[in-house]
Design a binder for this molecule. Structure first.
Ligand code: B12
Ligand code: SF4
Length: 487
């Protein structure tokens, strides 16, 4: 009899051998410095794949090593002991090195499949990385239907579009795809099964306010091209932008309410409130379903789109239960915003934050410090804007909070291409991500909560030295934390 499956692996049937184990790699080796917080967002993409595979009769599991803060050797031992037929990785730029280290240490009888943003951006380099030698398939883009095809051993990977591997004869990367197979690239999102929450470690979960909260995906793809972003349209040419129908979204919300008592929802996709037509359609559907009577929800939005929404539409969203909008503000300087191709300007930012918070909608603003070519004055504009937005929203019923990051380049993005075109950097330099420990000066609650986002390649891209960028970042994060604590 084989050993019982490690309890940290979530799967549809622990008594059956695993066809596929999807591994969310830890962001760093937690044997060296343990995790300092215990919350992470759920791995919805992996859960979508596992759910779809289970619906097709396969036993797929998820090991969220990041959420458990697993050391590298433990992660490797857990996967090898589970001995799945396939092991799958979601490769993101900062997690590539750790994923490759895990893949290299797996039992060679386990076939490896790769997906995620980094796999899409650098497929040839990854397939020829000796640590990835057991890779039988690298899948570009949305995985559900192609992963299930790959799990059928008798089916041919060469039939699948956007699937790559190393040809044993040519010893070079090749890709598949037969005529009529393009539908795999954009699975019909209204026909996908709702995510089986068994695969997620902390979702649904009881939030600080006592509500049971769940994360959802309402749309796939983003039509914008912000220069730093891994989700930018030019970095994802394979994606067709699709929004789920309101009826489909509402059905999942009601199911989560009935099954788990969920009354708070967070839409993590790039652009839930990112297109005027979508905002209007959702508002009408949520009004008809009286969603605001029982639920609150948070979503991402675009400042330029919300700026064009009339007051009555914003009022309707409040009645629908809209609680918080996350906005990519990025910079307080017009030249930098233009450089990013953000299609917004500082007055528009002030206007939208004011209109939302005046209605009681909270705003979470994302900012980036240390952009390529950013001057000290331009960075100071961003710091000033954060303070201005805090002050402006002090008297409003809705809160404004700032989430600040250090710039880091992601392959495939417009900013990456610009940096490479300067001839000053090699891909290895731009990919040398390291965890930055901003919690090291004694216990610092402000930095703990965001420890997993403090990543850097340690290069000064603008006029402001990296140490000063971090100093501003830590200052703003501490000020933000103090404001939350004092509320
Ligand atoms: C929610 C989210 C998170 C969550 C959950 C992450 C996760 N592992 O799923 C949290 C907060 C934990 C997170 C953390 C990080 N994230 Co994040 N995240 C997102 C966000 C906003 C949405 C992802 C999502 O759920 N999409 C919906 C699902 C359905 O799509 P999906 O996850 O892409 O999965 C599909 C495909 O990618 C594919 N797929 C996924 N996994 C696999 C595995 C296999 C084997 C196969 C074949 C296919 C496959 O099939 C899935 C279903 O169609 C994206 C933005 C975006 N557009 O993707 C950024 C994004 C993916 N994150 C990013 C980054 C960098 C990170 C961090 C590294 C942050 C950091 N510290 O620097 C960490 C990594 C932590 C980790 N180990 O996962 C970048 C990636 C950029 C890049 N080129 O690498 C993105 C694109 C954001 C950005 N602005 O650029 N993130
Ligand atoms: S930052 Fe937001 S709007 Fe810009 S490309 Fe990324 S997901 Fe789209």
């Amino acid at each position: 009899m084989s050993a019982p499956l490690d309890a940290r692996i979530t799967c549809s049937d622990p008594a059956r051998p695993l066809d596929l184990l999807l591994i969310n790699a830890p962001l760093r080796d937690y044997s060296i410095r343990p995790r300092v917080n215990d919350f992470t967002l759920p791995v919805l993409g992996m859960a979508y794949i596992a759910t779809y595979a289970a619906n097709h009769g396969f036993n797929a599991g998820v090991l969220d090593a990041e959420s458990y803060g697993l050391p590298l050797d433990v992660t490797i031992a857990v996967v090898n002991a589970a001995s799945p037929r396939w092991a799958g990785f979601n490769l993101l730029a900062p997690t590539y090195e750790i994923s490759a280290t895990i893949a290299a240490a797996l039992d060679p009888t386990i076939k490896v499949m790769l997906g995620g943003h980094e796999a899409k951006a650098m497929p040839a380099e990854i397939l020829t990385d000796p640590r990835m030698r057991n890779t039988a398939a690298l899948v570009l883009g949305e995985g559900e239907t192609r992963v299930v095809e790959l799990l059928h051993d008798h089916r041919n990977r060469a039939d699948l579009p956007g699937v790559m591997w190393i040809d044993p004869v040519l010893k070079a990367p090749v890709s598949g795809g037969k005529p009529g197979s393009q539908h795999h690239l954009a699975p019909k999102i209204d026909e996908l099964p709702f995510v089986d929450r068994r695969y997620l470690v902390q979702d649904p979960r009881v939030a600080e306010d006592g509500r049971v909260e769940a994360n959802m995906v309402g749309a796939r793809g983003c039509p914008y091209d912000c220069s730093f972003c891994g989700a930018a349209v030019s970095a994802n040419p394979d994606i067709s932008i699709r929004v789920r129908t309101p009826a489909n979204i509402l059905r999942e919300m009601e199911l989560l309410r009935d099954q788990y008592n969920v009354t708070a929802f967070r839409f993590v996709d790039d652009l839930f409130l990112g297109a005027r037509r979508v905002v209007q359609t959702m508002a009408t559907a949520f009004t008809d379903a009286r969603t605001g009577d029982w639920a609150v929800w948070d979503a991402t939005g675009r400042i330029n789109v919300l700026d064009r929404c009339p007051d009555d539409l914003l009022d309707q969203l409040v009645r629908n239960g809209l609680r918080e909008v996350a906005l990519g503000i990025e910079s307080g300087n017009p030249r930098v915003l233009e450089h990013i191709d953000k299609r917004i300007e500082p007055d528009m930012i002030r206007r939208v934050v004011q209109r939302l918070t005046a209605r009681g909608i909270n705003v979470k603003g994302y900012f980036i410090l240390g952009f390529p070519g950013e001057t000290a004055d331009e960075l100071a504009d961003t710091v000033r804007l954060v303070h201005e937005l805090w002050d402006m929203t002090d008297p409003t019923p809705g809160r404004f909070r700032a989430s600040v990051f250090e710039f880091r380049p992601y392959p495939g993005t417009p900013e990456w291409d610009r940096l490479m075109a300067t001839g000053r950097y090699t891909p290895e330099q731009l990919l040398a991500y390291g965890a930055v420990d901003l919690t090291s000066d004694g216990v610092d609650e402000a930095m703990r909560g965001r420890d997993e986002f403090n990543f850097s390649v340690g290069i000064q891209f603008g006029d402001v030295p990296v140490e000063q960028v971090r100093h501003h970042l830590a200052d703003l994060s501490r000020a933000q934390h103090a404001r939350l604590v004092s509320v």
